[in-house]
Design a protein around this ligand. Structure first.
Ligand code: GUN
Ligand code: FE
Length: 436
């Protein structure tokens, strides 16, 4: 069975170039794969035609989310990373031993993210196996494409006794249990949800656990996610402990695998970036979180020019917004601050040429994230999955105000910078309507 949908909109298959399409006829198969996309083709009977004013965009790919931190979104942002983890975050995450609490948070989070157009999410859960399995179940029920990982963290020097894996064996056994649950889930035949091996970051793990998880990735072929060189403190911890950079150390433990998602990377050296690129891993740029915790602005333009695979992350709750719209806006703003510099009294301030614009931010939120993950998502073409957002720029309760004469790319620019939840009229994952 095929379905046909007719829509106009924008996508960015290649960074820097926006493509607009008008009255494109999409033919989808029942797995949500686009069989054809033809502008101006005859519209068959039974086709769904989006309202003329609606704007179709690819769904957003959020490469870095801590699902259990959703309750503290918008709070607890008054201390540095290492204190934030101990004072606020580990005690909150410890509560996911309680499945009733976990269900309430995870159902709300997944539905809020889908409503905002996040069609693919790369999640950290907690150390708890049952709550992590529940998050995967909820993604499947609500139809969100996702990677879901049980957090591994076992170093007693860094993790409280109430919230850590008791041993390397517990970290590995729990990770295996979640991999098996997701791989053999009866509702996951299409592989919409995939497991991901998740050592929290080097400072929270013993060397034995890092090595065991690297071996598990090699054995199972399961993807890896972790944090890399996020802040001065984190970067220096690894340098002092292992005598090499964070990226080089992850690589030595076998954790820098193809499509591994490394969050932040604000303190990566050019050599680290080249190593990540060579391994086929990617960086999740989380500019809003970086403003609070990184102590530096990620050199986005330089990283793109080195060919690094990059996408965006909200890093819930490392910044006060959980959606990728704000991540895209902040990516542009942060690059402008990096270009201009911060201290008017310093005549050498700034980084000439560091800025990116809305075209790059839109690419990173969609095709960039999809390519970083190596999935057929992020733009529209035959063979790609139909993961999409329909924007209604005329929604009275929305925040987009288009004026006569605003056409073409300016419409996308306006949408990207000013859309709100009320402007999101429909969302699809794998061709299935998923907007709550
Ligand atoms: N590093 C280790 N854990 C975390 C976390 O939960 N959030 C952020 N931003 N960085 C981390
Ligand atoms: Fe994070």
């Amino acid at each position: 069975m095929t379905r046909t949908l007719v829509a106009s909109g924008f996508h960015a298959p290649v960074r820097g170039a926006i493509q607009e399409f008008r009255d494109a006829v999409f033919v989808l198969d029942d797995t949500g794969t686009i069989l054809s996309m033809t502008e101006g083709a005859p519209v068959p009977d039974g086709a769904t035609r989006l309202p003329h004013s609606h704007i179709l965009l690819p769904g957003f790919v959020d490469l870095h989310i801590h699902a259990p931190q959703y309750p503290q979104l918008g709070t607890a942002l008054d201390v540095p990373l290492q204190d934030w983890l101990q004072i606020h975050t580990f005690p909150l995450e410890a509560r996911y031993a309680d499945l009733t609490f976990a269900r309430a948070v995870y159902e709300t989070l997944v539905s809020d993210l889908l409503a905002m157009g996040t069609t693919t999410a790369v999640y950290y859960a907690t150390v708890h196996v049952p709550a992590t399995q529940l998050l995967a179940d909820i993604c499947l029920t609500q139809g969100q494409r996702a990677f879901v990982g049980k957090v591994a963290m076992d170093d007693p020097a860094a993790c409280p006794p109430t919230y850590r894996d008791a041993s390397t064996d517990e970290a590995v056994t729990g990770t295996r249990a979640v991999i098996d649950h997701i791989r053999h889930h009866p509702g996951n035949a299409a592989g919409l949800v995939q497991p991901i091996i998740t050592p929290r970051f080097i400072p929270a793990c013993t060397d034995e656990t890092l090595a065991a998880l690297g071996a598990l990735a090699a054995e199972t072929g399961v993807r890896v996610q972790t944090h890399v060189s996020e802040s001065d403190w984190e970067h220096a911890h690894v340098q002092t402990r292992h005598g090499i950079s964070d990226a080089a150390s992850l690589d030595r433990f076998g954790l820098m695998t193809p499509h591994a998602v490394l969050a932040h990377g604000t303190h990566l050296s050019p050599a680290d970036m080249d190593l990540i690129h060579t391994r086929g891993a990617c960086v999740a740029h989380c500019p809003l979180s970086n403003a609070y915790f990184a102590g530096a602005i990620f050199p986005l333009r330089a990283a793109l020019e080195r060919g690094l695979h990059l996408g965006l992350g909200s890093d819930i709750s490392g910044g006060p917004s959980g959606n990728l719209w704000d991540a895209a806006r902040m990516a542009v703003a942060a690059s402008r601050i990096r270009e201009g510099g911060t201290d008017a009294a310093d005549p050498t301030r700034g980084d000439p040429g560091a800025r990116v614009d809305f075209r790059t931010a839109f690419y990173l939120a969609t095709a960039g994230g999809g390519a970083a993950l190596g999935l057929p998502i992020g733009h529209f073409a035959p063979g790609m999955q139909f993961d999409a957002i329909a924007i209604d720029p005329t929604a009275p309760l929305g925040t987009i105000r288009l004026w006569p004469g605003q056409t073409g790319e300016v419409v996308l620019e306006k949408v990207l910078h000013t859309a709100a939840r009320a402007n999101i009229a429909a969302v699809w994952v794998a061709g299935r309507p998923v907007k709550p």
